[in-house]
Ligand binder design. Structure first.
Ligand code: FUB
Length: 307
């Protein structure tokens, strides 16, 4: 039996787990964790073994699930919230529902997700689906956000209510969002002050008046992704590079992708490795570890908990 099949059967029987990886019964990647209504909601990508030849060795994702937990141990799967065949602008059968984000503004939940748009041979757009509750039902907009070409959206809402969107295209980009959360309010700007090397998966957050811009970073030729960060006094920088949050994956998963959230007084790093699919790193699984800050606001390195 293939490795992934064994892993799926085993974890389906086990159900929710207190150990890493935290989601069982399906592959999960690119986890964005958000605290809504006193619970942690987890919006990951959903890796599947590809049903089409073209993607047999690549990422393959047809939909998104959302999970919630109040103790970070037992996770409830609320089921599919958005799927490729229900989004009017997404290319049929493209399996490109990559890393998402979800934020709340004025009682509405905005789910941001990248996918391949209809009529385009290459490239990604970023769309929005809107709901009244964090678990949906989410209603996708008719078209992707104009002016945004790329993957891995992250949205930060500042204390004054201004929302910013960050994404990965050719480089990492950022722009202001209009109050409707679905249109840009400023021209996209490249994020500067970051080191050389491949970067994607931006995640921005605020703590004690400092803005953290965190991102997967390949620091060495032929290396895999580390997680790294920069800091600023404003959501759009200028950012100063600070260092590494997590080293390359011990399981040799080429990608890592993360989010950072405070819950009940403790900060956590959500990220992924390929624990359930050691031989194929495009079938990943979400993990959590505690994350701590130094008194000057810099981040202490996180060592992945193996189990
Ligand atoms: O999950 C597909 C892609 O892999 C994501 O968009 C990247 O951040 C990487 O995790």
């Amino acid at each position: 039996m293939k490795t992934w099949m064994c892993a799926m059967l085993m974890t389906m029987a086990v159900g929710a787990s207190a150990q890493n990886p935290i989601i069982s019964g399906q592959y999960s990647a690119d986890p964005t964790a958000r605290v809504f209504n006193g619970k942690v909601y987890l919006y990951p990508s959903h890796d599947i073994p590809s049903p089409i030849e073209k993607l047999k060795e690549w990422f393959c994702m047809a939909d998104y699930h959302v999970f919630s937990s109040s103790n970070l141990t037992e996770w409830q799967d609320h089921g599919v919230i958005v799927s490729q065949d229900k989004v009017p602008w997404v290319q049929d059968g493209s399996y490109t529902m990559w890393a998402p984000d979800c934020v709340e503004k004025d009682g509405k939940y905005y789910f941001y997700f990248p996918a391949a748009p209809k009529g385009e041979e290459k490239g990604f757009g970023i769309g929005v689906a809107v709901a009244d509750h964090p678990e949906g039902p989410f209603m996708p907009m008719w078209k992707p956000i104009e002016g945004v070409h790329g993957i891995d959206p992250c949205v930060l809402i500042d204390k004054d209510g201004q929302a910013y969107i960050y994404w990965a295209g050719a480089g990492l980009h950022m722009a202001k969002l209009k109050p409707n959360m679905t249109e840009l309010a400023s021209e996209p700007k490249q994020v500067e002050g970051l080191p050389e090397g491949f970067k994607e998966g931006p995640f921005a957050f605020e703590r004690n008046g400092k803005y953290y811009f965190t991102f997967p970073w390949v620091r060495e030729k032929d290396g895999t992704e580390t997680l790294a960060y920069a800091m600023a006094d404003h959501p759009m920088g200028p950012f100063t590079f600070k260092g590494i949050i997590m080293d390359e994956s011990p399981t040799k998963c080429w990608t890592n992708h993360h989010s950072i959230v405070e819950y009940q007084g403790q900060w956590y790093l959500f990220y992924h490795h390929n624990d359930y699919s050691p031989k194929f790193d495009k079938n990943r699984s979400v993990r959590i570890d505690s994350l701590n800050f130094n008194p000057d606001g810099t981040i202490q390195k996180v060592i992945p908990t193996l189990r």
